[in-house]
Design a protein around this ligand. Sequence first.
Ligand SMILES: [Fe+2]
Length: 385
Amino acid sequence: MPFYKKLGNIPRKRHTAFRKEDESLYREQVMGTKGFSGIQSILYHHDAPTEIVKSELFADCHLEYEEQKDLCHRHFQTDFESNLGDAVSGRQFILGNDDLLIGVAKTTKSMDYYYRNSDGDELLFVHYGTGKIESMFGTITYEPGDYIVIPVGTIYRVVPNNEETKLLVIETISWITTPKRYRNEHGQLLEHSPFCERDIFGPEKLETFSEKGSFEVRTKSRGFLHSHFLSHHPMNVEGWDGYLYPWKINIRDFEPITGRIHMPPPIHQMFEGHNFVICSFVPRLYDYHPDAIPAPYYHSNVDSDEVLYYVEGNFMSRKGINEGSITLHPSGIPHGPHPGTIEASIGKKETLELAVMIDTFKPLKVVKQTNISEDFNYKYSWAPK
Ligand SMILES: [Fe+2]
């Protein structure tokens, strides 16, 4: 998405004969979004991407949501056991609506199949762990703090190094991109953007596997997981170019926007999609007006739900929150700093907090599941003691 990129070998002109050493043709595939009016890439495969030798329904992915409860603030813990699956099958979804799903995966396991989400873009935020994502566009290595955007239809698998990887996972039915207000009419990031193209990295190298065999690609589509077996390796791309490819940016490369008095939440925004935004709260100097209150004011998400995933550091406006906590502050009722945190923030010079925030413009529902525990007293944590 961010800019034009090319990896591997491609012909001088698009849509012309591109031959292998044995004179047979590479198979050209155009992956285009928005009916070929959006961004796209052109890939050259050793074998046709349509060569499927077995196709079957693999699983029903529809989630069961809990019954409607009282409208209140919620706090979930994600300290569940590791290896409930790999980076895809082990996803524990916590919140969702018709626009996106929010979950967590903790795993040491490499995927022994390939996967693509055909419904929309995915965003993986690496809380901890290192490893690589092998995709048809090439390999992206990851480390803590990386956001990895994987475009719709991209075949990939996650291979952790010899340690546990914990991912915050956002699956969408739309696109994920940088905020439009930070880009000029050509797509270039502007001077007031808190990050620029130098902070964004596409696949580092393209590895091409041309062997034949039986290779499983699981495709998520329309609420179901489908298993397709190809007669060739799915990572058989000789070369590609275009604007559509997986990319990463590290949360620590987000340069915070600060001011004399409290700056509004949109200054933390890093991504946007259909009916949601994603923000990064990073270590930063506090407001520098002599009487400034660095903690946020109480506020009402009049028309959006707010989800926070706490990564590390002491979140300045919260108490009783741990690393890996997820809070949901729904629209309809106000939220804000915990008692005492406003006073405690006055005169402080900086915060070391690191957190990811997802604001959704449609209400979120809580997924009914057993691996996530909840702090049921959170809704009363603002009450006088
Ligand atoms: Fe808020």
